[in-house]
Ligand binder design. Structure first.
Ligand code: CA
Length: 231
């Protein structure tokens, strides 16, 4: 079969990894397994998986770090698996770009169901015209770099546009200031982190005020997100 979905399992518990691997194969997935974070990253680069099951607690490079690095240049669905009691880390995982998380011990049916959901979400996102992003009445044309609120054009600077596009691409996910800095300002940026807050304020002035309702939400001490009611 040509169109098998390729899953990458990054899990240091070898038996568990093997179990999940066999179950996924049984369901028709192509499967690659890595038993630590570093080889997981290598597998990600070489195998180009369609979806990743990523253990949070890994020797050496943690699941969070692996997730963060993958997210730098890929939108591949990532489902984090966390042991009970690592609930705080769940927030961190989602904050670092994971799509979902599952608490161990898990039923394999649940893993399969979550994987289907994550893959379906991704497909829907890709199926839409990828040069366009929209939330509520706001539409961004990534090619022309224009923004419309209903029928009205909104003028944004390059940085404002990039920031808004990044937030909307990750709608419903809380993004930290650090992530925003890395993605929108770039890794070589060494200025003040509050530049993010300043630009969020610019966007709010240009969008929220016109829209008449809160568009960009703040989670104090964590970051920002754009909420899409239809999700
Ligand atoms: Ca582990």
């Amino acid at each position: 079969m040509e169109n098998k979905i390729k899953a990458l399992i990054i899990e240091d518990e070898v038996k568990l990894a093997r179990f999940v691997e066999l179950e996924l194969r049984h369901e028709g997935y192509d499967v690659v397994v890595a038993n630590d974070g570093r080889s997981g990253l290598e597998c990600f680069e070489s195998e180009k998986p369609d979806i990743i099951l990523l253990d949070l607690m890994l020797p050496g490079l943690s699941g969070i770090e692996v997730c963060r690095r993958i997210r730098k240049d890929s939108d591949v669905p990532i489902i984090m698996t966390t042991a009970k009691g690592e609930v705080m880390d769940k927030v961190l995982g989602l904050d670092n770009g994971a799509d979902d998380y599952i608490t161990k011990p898990f039923a394999i049916e649940e893993v399969l169901a979550r994987m289907r959901v994550a893959l379906k979400h991704r497909k829907t996102a890709e199926g839409e015209n990828p040069t366009r992003l929209s939330v509520k009445d706001l539409t961004l044309d990534l090619g022309k770099r224009t923004v419309k609120l209903g029928d009205n054009n909104i003028d944004l600077t390059k940085r404002e546009f990039d920031l808004l596009a990044y937030l909307i691409k990750n709608k419903n996910i809380v993004i930290s200031r650090e992530q925003i800095l890395n993605k929108v300002w770039g890794y070589d940026y060494f200025g003040e982190t509050n530049v993010v807050d300043v630009y969020i304020r610019y966007l709010r002035t240009k969008i929220d005020d016109k829209y008449g309702e809160k568009f960009i939400h703040t989670i104090r001490g964590v970051g920002y997100y754009v909420k899409d009611d239809e999700d």
